[in-house]
Design a protein around this ligand. Sequence first.
Ligand code: C2E
Ligand code: CA
Ligand code: CA
Length: 438
Amino acid sequence: MTPSESKTKATLSDSHDSLLAHESAGLIQRYVFPKGTVLFRKGELRQCAYLIDRGSVSITGNDEGGEDKFLCHIGEGEIFGEMALVDDTPRTATAITDTECEIFIIPRDALQNRLQGLDPIVTLLISLLIERYRLTRIHLPESLRQDKDSDQFMNKLKRYHHITENSLKIHDISTQKDNALRELKIEQELRKGLERREFIPFLQPIIDLKTRRVKGFEALIRWQHPEKGLVFPDQFIPAAEHTNVVQQLDRLMLEKACETLPLLDEIGGHDMFISVNMSGINFNTQDIVQSMSNVVKRYNANPRRLKLEITESALIDDPAHAAEVLQGLKEAGFMIALDDFGTGYSSLGYLHRFTIDVIKIDRSFVSRLHDNEKSMEIVSAIIGLAKTFHLGTIAEGIEQEPDIETLCNLGCTLGQGYFFSKPLPVKDAVAYAAKDNV
Ligand code: C2E
Ligand code: CA
Ligand code: CA
């Protein structure tokens, strides 16, 4: 037994189980390992890669067969063991920490979860690159390479290259091609739909829960599709977000809201506002504040009557930048509402950091107000939080009369939901407000 092997055995027995537990957790996590820890041993099957944040790791092995020897040190910021994210091939070397190390363990599951969340076209391209790289490492006759879906090809991969069904999941190319094609088709259709002015807003009334009078509306986009009829946003907003078409849709809804304000004036609704949803993707657009302000100026609209609804997820990626954009929108005169509050990260840290006027309490809590004690407590806590920060509250998804009294008692000011009205075409929404305003 070589000295390095004896060292390997000694540390493996203490840490092997806990290491395996870390690696199967399905999340990318950072761990501190003492000097001399065996991260993996030659011949083992392990499904994760390692990223060194601090310290250094020695790799021993021998590509040409024979006695293992020291191959290299791997240092801070470097990744090793990454092929295990793709193939179920046994480790060809042993990795031992040279010093105390802080290391991110990246399990294959975590990578797969992240890939699934990506734009399908990006997923397809990554998978194709991985497949091409893998094929360069495999010696196959040209005839077999031509037919990558054949049983013979798959059997050869499995037998000689230890590639299992599980490791193939990461680049299930045919499904990914279908997804990418579907996404490209929707993108084309979305652009055509924009040209043909097929997108329209429906307006859902927002009601003062005490006086039961209309205070404003939320603009909810609908696609009047020539073949499919009225299409709801959950069918196309995700694709629009991947393809950046969402910025144009959101700007269009802002324009439609500006066009509608004078119609509300005509029925005496000079104080009524319209909320417009704003996808987080807009935060990546350079001149978003300018572009939104230009719309308002063009229509000579009062931005204080326009509420921009943003979700918490829009604030998470780059909070400093998001805070700057929100400040800019605020200075341009817009009101800001935090949508779907309670479903995301909901931390107190936000509320003082971002310029927000209103919190929207998510429908999932409001709909369970009367059959779930926890929902009642959450809604009560959100309203308490809003009061502390001097913010307004709008409850979403009010479907029954008793919810209104409960929400009023808890101190919620405004609400919307099917109990009052479903989202309506603009003409009907204005008529709804006119009836209320006599
Ligand atoms: P959201 O902003 O949370 O909008 C509220 C959704 O709840 C709307 O669905 C509305 O029709 C529905 N709703 C309202 N009251 C009730 C109720 O009492 N019961 C139930 N069950 N549902 C109720 P919709 O119109 O299908 O919109 C879904 C989501 O699509 C919106 O959720 C929003 O995230 C997104 N969206 C809609 N329009 C736009 C838009 O112009 N731009 C962007 N970026 N996203 C939009
Ligand atoms: Ca909304
Ligand atoms: Ca919402």
